[in-house]
Design a protein around this ligand. Structure first.
Ligand SMILES: Cc1cc2nc3c(=O)[nH]c(=O)nc-3n(C[C@H](O)[C@H](O)[C@H](O)COP(=O)(O)O)c2cc1C
Length: 345
């Protein structure tokens, strides 16, 4: 494909990293986990070591229901971050999605910044591209190529109309995409997953995406990183920033969206992400119906340091999840929905 200069995409990606590392860009909505309560079991009748947090997602076994959510790629710094994230995910036995590969479609030299198979040969790995790019020159064959070029096991398509609308020169033509998504599904031999970027996905939209052949839905709901706020900070123009800030509380909170999607779509693989911040949040999300939970921003700073730092953060999350399961009397993840104390919705 031949589109805008790669350097503009590169500069944008680098600025996103700085903003997400240094500034407060959290949604003004709560992800909703604080009002979800799990049973406390004073007599769990098992040893903590008996807790089993293993699961499977899209046919692959994972040691815990966790995913490093899509973040970056396209610059040397992003390449180092991706390798640290992937090596840690491999060691923890969880899944990872890379950031949008649009930069690598614009400039093939940037492909290296997404290649992680040498440090993570077995990890469940997802490629990523913005769905709207299918209206801006990216073809179903390109989508297939970005999966194959990094040896990915699946493809994430992200849906970010709010982010594009708040970006100067954003790609805002989202018309006719469903048919193109079906073409991507037909062209790729791996599962395609649809995700938001911090605003959530409604039941109605999830049904349309599943109808186009998507294999799983990642809520990527509100309550964590707000992409409206990130784009506002990046604008460098006070009018635009004010406009973006009015959307700081936009979207479906993650817990709410997860519950609604699970209720409406019982068998569909579902990822809860957006504002997941602890092992307890992971336990609550699984209780609400998530198959996996994804985190992005909390893993970014450790990823700028080392794979060990990311692994430590993941290990703490898994420890928190296991203790939450133990203290609510849940031996396996499948027991968690039964430990939910009903709250007013
Ligand atoms: C620095 C950064 C870059 C991101 N880039 C992408 C991206 O390229 N593609 C995508 O689908 N999501 C991207 N996201 C969104 C995340 O995958 C996730 O949906 C969102 O940040 C909410 O999760 P969180 O609250 O744990 O950060 C990015 C997030 C961060 C923090």
């Amino acid at each position: 494909m031949e589109r805008r200069p790669a350097s503009s995409t590169e500069a944008r990606k680098s600025r996103h990293l700085d903003i997400c590392l240094d500034e407060d860009v959290a949604s003004t909505l709560d992800a909703g986990f604080s009002v979800v309560r799990l049973r406390h079991e004073a007599l769990p009748e098992m040893a903590l070591t008996e807790v089993n947090a293993r699961t499977s997602f899209l046919g692959r076994e994972l040691r815990a229901p966790l995913l490093v959510s899509s973040m970056t790629g396209g610059t040397a710094r992003a390449g180092a971050i991706n390798r640290n994230l992937a090596a840690a995910a491999e060691r923890a036995g969880i899944a990872i999605g890379l950031g949008s590969q649009r930069a690598a479609l614009e400039d093939r030299a940037l492909l290296e910044t997404y290649r992680v198979r040498d440090v993570a040969p077995h990890v469940l790995l997802f490629a990523n591209i913005g769905a709207v790019q299918l209206n801006y020159g990216v073809t179903a064959a390109d989508a297939k190529a970005i999966v194959e070029s990094i040896g990915a096991d699946g493809l994430y398509l992200h849906f970010n109309p709010l982010q594009e609308a708040l970006q100067p020169g954003g790609d805002t033509n989202f018309s006719g995409l469903l048919e193109k998504i079906a073409q991507v599904v037909a062209a790729t031999t791996v599962p395609v997953i649809a995700k938001s970027v911090g605003s959530g996905i409604s039941v109605h939209t999830a049904r349309r995406l599943l109808g186009a052949g998507v294999a799983a839905i990642d809520v990527a709901g509100a309550g964590g990183t707000s992409w409206a706020r990130v784009e506002g900070r990046r604008a460098g123009d006070s009018r635009r920033e004010r406009l973006a800030e009015t959307f700081a509380g936009w979207g479906y909170p993650t817990a709410e969206a997860t519950r609604a999607l699970r209720k409406a779509l019982p068998g569909v693989p579902l990822v809860a992400s957006g504002g997941v911040r602890s092992g307890i949040d992971v336990a609550k999300a699984v209780a609400l119906g998530a198959t996996l939970c994804g985190l992005a921003q909390p893993l970014l700073e450790p990823a700028t340091r080392s794979a060990d730092a990311v692994f430590e953060a993941l290990d703490d999350l898994i420890a928190g999840l296991r203790i939450a399961m133990f203290a609510s009397g849940c031996r396996a993840l499948a027991d968690l929905p039964g430990a939910l104390l009903e709250t007013a919705e």
